[in-house]
Design a protein around this ligand. Sequence first.
Ligand code: IDP
Ligand code: MG
Length: 157
Amino acid sequence: METTFVILKPGTVQRGLIGEVINRFERKGLQLVGMKLQQLTPKILTEHYSHLASKSFFPAILASMMASPVVLCCWRGVDAVRVVRSLCGVTNSRDALPGTIRGDYGMSVQENVVHASDSVETAIEEVKRFFKPEEIFEYSPLNQRFVYSSDELSKKD
Ligand code: IDP
Ligand code: MG
């Protein structure tokens, strides 16, 4: 099982879309293993978006991500990183396909509703960056044997 990291961005909180977005992940069959409301800081965002530090829009992203508290959450499942990225859709919400979260709730590149880890390695780093070990929960969802086949459940990844 993989654990991936998602941010419901300030726009999602402000627009009252927290429940709708969380519902997308829940109904897919992903397991919520960590969740909190947090005000992000320049320090943590500069680490988190270090790959964009040289871009002209970097200050605007930081301001946008600090405009209100955000919801931070971690989702577990088989191939969870790739599944969650595909549920979110492409970065530009105007190009994101209908049925994806950005495609259904967004009209912007910057204000694109959610962040999701882009690889297994990044997910491990991001979960560590935003969550203490004791904020990530190990528990057995009762529905697992109906969400997956037994061979998928025993798969190690
Ligand atoms: P991702 O969120 O789809 O992984 P990244 O390229 O990692 O996309 O960019 C991180 C975030 O920076 C995006 O989600 C978006 O909010 C913002 N961003 C990316 N490219 C642009 C741009 O060209 N203009 C404004 N904001 C951008
Ligand atoms: Mg990214």
